[in-house]
Design a protein around this ligand. Sequence first.
Ligand SMILES: Cc1ncc(C[n+]2csc(CCOP(=O)(O)OP(=O)(O)O)c2C)c(N)n1
Ligand SMILES: [Mg+2]
Length: 373
Amino acid sequence: MTVVAPHRTADYREFLPADEPVQYLDESGRWLPGEHRYPVPTPARLLEVYRKMVLGRRFDQQSTALTKQGRLAVYPSSRGQEACQVPAAMCLRPADWMFPTYRDSVALMTRGVDPVQILSMLAGDWHCGYDPVAHHCAPQSTPLATQLLHATGLAYGELLRSRDPVTLALCGDGATSEGDFHEALNFAAVFRAPVIFLVQNNGYAISVPLARQSVAPSLAHKGVGYGIGSEHVDGNDPVAMMAVLDAAVRYVQAGKGPLVIEAYTYRIDAHTNADDATRYREDSEVQSWLARDPIARLDTYLRAEGVLDDAALTVLNAEAEDAATQLRAGMNIDRQHDPLDLFRYVYAQQTPQLREQQAQVGAELAAESEETH
Ligand SMILES: Cc1ncc(C[n+]2csc(CCOP(=O)(O)OP(=O)(O)O)c2C)c(N)n1
Ligand SMILES: [Mg+2]
């Protein structure tokens, strides 16, 4: 007699990612012939992806420069990951929610958050410089994978209220080893929370390469064990990313349950400005990924489609330059904060310990100001 798993509810094969990652453009940006599983986004939409990627890269470059001028405490660069972050934010509707990590500043910018407000946390000015409710964007999460549980909780709450927003939760390859990742996937699967987990697999968790982190066939396969539909994509192919994410939003919105998407990409710069990546990776590896640059690939494709030319690019570069000038001006303003704010917004109701600490710091500040007057 064969044993039947008592609680099997679905054929696991329907959750498996495709054999090969989804890819529409070759490494140099030429259209790959063949059947494509997801509808191709229109040229107009892809032109907007291109615009947002160019603006995002200039923002990223400016932010890195601001760390050298002491205006930012730390900056985790998005360079090379624009084809993940821009489509991730663009596929969402205004009512949808996004839960970003520290690395996802370009996704936030694409969502329309003011660049100076985005950098407020990384400047050490404030916990989160933008209004999460106004933008439907949670604060950038620095503790790995905690945002996945928050995203799942929010998505489930929206489902209970019979609302239809989709929640997009971003994380890195390293974060998929965290317990929170697994708890979020399991909860989302069991309660059919409308959430997309997008894993930007850039090959490293700081200095730890993926091979020291996981031997799963792919990180997308991690969804299958939880009964979640899974897909993997060339994360440096903006056309494939936009196609997969658009389809993902439709799938989740139709009540089919959550999804895990793994995007293969690469962090061109070091982990942050405080890291020296030459200590753990070869320059030849970086060069091989520079040859797959997502902006250059989309550039080639859009020119072949006849929707991009040098004149349009000149206008776009000028727009990016203006935005960088405004960002510098915004970041050069010294902001004054009340040190006691540190204690004010930790809990809705302060604990006795925090009240005590706040009183102590308050007394020290008062004594200091008396001394100086
Ligand atoms: C819970 C937790 N553990 C450890 C860290 C320290 N840490 C910060 S970034 C990082 C690597 C994360 O790698 P990955 O998830 O691949 O994201 P990436 O930085 O590559 O975008 C680690 C271990 C942290 N922030 N939170
Ligand atoms: Mg990583």
